[in-house]
Design a protein around this ligand. Structure first.
Ligand SMILES: [Zn+2]
Length: 226
């Protein structure tokens, strides 16, 4: 009843079309939810995202929830998630996606969900990693555990100016490392990113996970942009 009263005083509106939200709607209205540009990559094993990683790193599954289009609904949602502290957006979309994957019998494919860690200087500035909220939502939707303390990012890159090319690649490839290899060994890992473009970050994250002896590696993005 109190929420009815609050709604009357401060009507909530849809983030992507500004129409008034019904009581059972959160952040976006039902019309906008069903208009989201889903990739449905999880319905096709050799989808275009999976093909991007061929010859780079072996993946069990590769999928992404939405297509990122500049000036579209996904752009608005991600902008608010990344820059306006709206972590509930990541949780909501992650939960919806997790539910979709679960309905397609994919929940049993994963033992542990790991978010791609944010650069420490960005984390300090923003105060949160947007991938954590996506991972949290997906963990809930899939009923799979998640952990943000296992895969971590080095504090600062060693200065690259005086390095040759091979050393530079090693420097980039070693940005990510595993704090507790025993938690990864023998596990089917699902790595989560917000927007996948070239896939270079996911590839760099995958190396230490494979070195730590994970059983399989899969990746999921909230969106793809290319
Ligand atoms: Zn709407």
């Amino acid at each position: 009843m109190l929420s009815d009263f609050v709604d009357m005083l401060f009507p909530r509106s849809c983030l992507t079309c500004s129409s008034l939200l019904e009581k059972n709607e959160e952040i976006i209205c039902v019309q906008c939810r069903y208009a989201l540009p889903k990739t449905n990559f999880h319905l096709e094993e050799d989808n275009e995202l999976a093909r991007k990683f061929w010859g780079r790193i072996p993946l069990k599954h590769a999928f992404a929830y939405l297509r990122f289009v500049k000036t579209g609904k996904v752009q608005v949602l991600l902008h608010h998630l990344k820059y306006y502290g709206k972590q509930e957006i990541g949780e909501m979309l992650g939960r919806w996606y997790g539910n979709d994957l679960k309905k397609s019998q994919l929940a049993t494919q994963f033992d542990l969900i790991l978010p791609v860690p944010l650069h420490p200087s960005k984390l300090e500035k923003r105060g949160y990693n947007q991938c954590d909220s996506i991972a949290r939502g997906m963990a809930e939707g899939l009923s799979v555990a998640w952990d943000s303390g296992i895969l971590v990012r080095q504090k600062a890159n060693v200065s690259q100016t005086r390095k040759d090319r091979v050393e530079r690649w090693e420097n980039v490839a070693n940005i990510f490392y595993i704090t507790k290899p025993e938690k990864v060994k023998g596990k089917n890992i699902l790595l989560i990113d917000d927007v996948i473009t070239t896939g270079a970050t996911l590839e760099a994250c995958g190396l230490p996970l494979q070195n730590a002896g994970c059983q399989s590696l899969s990746i999921a993005g909230l969106a793809v942009a290319w």
